[in-house]
Design a protein around this ligand. Structure first.
Ligand code: GDP
Ligand code: MG
Length: 303
């Protein structure tokens, strides 16, 4: 029997805010990875699965590589090597509006050391001088010894078909690892928590910067009414923060809830009744047990 199915693992790397999550969501066509104007919102390594008739691409977010580190050298190279050791290709995303900077070059240095094909994606070309962005990209390709670059707009969907075709070229023959209706290996409750966290960060602006975490406590299906009841808790560090998150007359919490609910309903394809609580938990960010219950990889955070 002939088997032409191809599959493989593709690491998405790039500085914070270049549009990695937007790109993943655009490729998969659903809202999975958290998108935010604030850097470093993707705390979990999210795997997204893109299944087509003849191939399957598994995208892996590797926060360890694009974390800005002052300490260069062998340690970082080792981290990068380990993170990429099982990958078939790397998709390196840069922001075409910024010009290519020291942060991009740092990542390029690390990728140079890994013997995996690297495809460079120059993103946000809807918002920049394409000629200049392409010139920068060509230079970076040469600097890192990369395979080639594609100029894209994750937001507008420009050239994503081209990008996908190039990525397909890196996939070896292989099995369909995941069922076709599966778009991520993150449990639903983690994705739901990420959506709520995204909305909270967006609506709270700078007021309660990074001191919040979200835990999905309960998901109950109500088959009779075709509805899910979801309970989630927003953790913060101070009572004063709790007041801000709840807002005047509960308005802020209501806004967070209704925006999150809309996205969760899209994700789950059912009506959702979302109940949010705000809880003060001193110094939750340094408590391994709490972090674990919020879905964070404690080992990774302690590195
Ligand atoms: P990540 O940190 O690399 O995952 O970046 P995100 O996907 O969270 O995106 C960061 C910001 O860039 C968000 O405000 C996105 O809406 C924006 N963005 C992403 N892709 C594009 C694009 O193609 N064009 C424009 N204009 N903005 C984009
Ligand atoms: Mg992201």
């Amino acid at each position: 029997m002939q088997n032409n199915y191809r599959s493989g693992f593709i690491a998405i790397v790039g500085r914070p805010n270049v549009g990695k999550s937007t790109l993943m969501n655009a490729l998969i066509g659903e809202k999975i990875a958290i998108i935010s104007d604030k850097p470093q919102t993707t705390r979990n390594s999210i795997q997204c699965v893109l299944t087509r008739k003849n191939y399957q691409m598994i995208f892996v977010d590797t926060p360890g590589i694009h974390k800005p580190k002052t300490k260069l050298g062998e340690y970082m190279v080792t981290v990068a090597r380990n993170a990429l050791s099982d990958m078939d290709a790397v998709l390196f995303v840069v922001d075409g509006t910024d010009g290519i900077g020291a942060g991009d070059r740092h990542i390029a240095e690390l990728l140079k050391e890994c013997r995996i094909p690297v495809l460079l994606a120059v993103n946000k070309i809807d918002r920049t001088d394409i000629k200049r962005a392409e010139q920068d990209a060509a230079e970076l390709v040469q600097f890192g010894g990369f395979d080639r670059y594609v100029a894209i707009s994750a937001q507008m969907g420009t050239n994503l078909d081209k990008l996908e075709k190039k990525l397909l070229g890196y996939l070896p023959e292989g099995p369909q690892y995941y069922p076709e209706d599966m778009v991520t290996d993150q449990p639903e409750r983690l994705i739901i928590a990420e959506i709520i966290r995204e909305k909270a960060l967006m609506l709270l602006k700078e007021e309660v910067p990074h001191g919040i975490g979200v835990e999905t406590e309960r998901i109950v299906e109500k088959p009779v009414k075709d509805m899910m009841v979801i309970n989630a808790a927003i953790y913060c560090e101070k009572a004063s923060h709790k007041g801000i998150i709840i807002g005047k007359g509960g308005k802020m919490l209501q806004d967070i809830g209704s925006q999150a609910r809309a996205d969760i309903e899209k994700l789950l394809g059912t009506r959702v009744f979302l109940e949010l609580w705000v809880k003060v938990k001193d110094d939750w960010r340094n408590d391994p047990a709490t972090l674990k219950s919020l879905g964070y990889d404690v080992k990774k955070l302690q590195q």
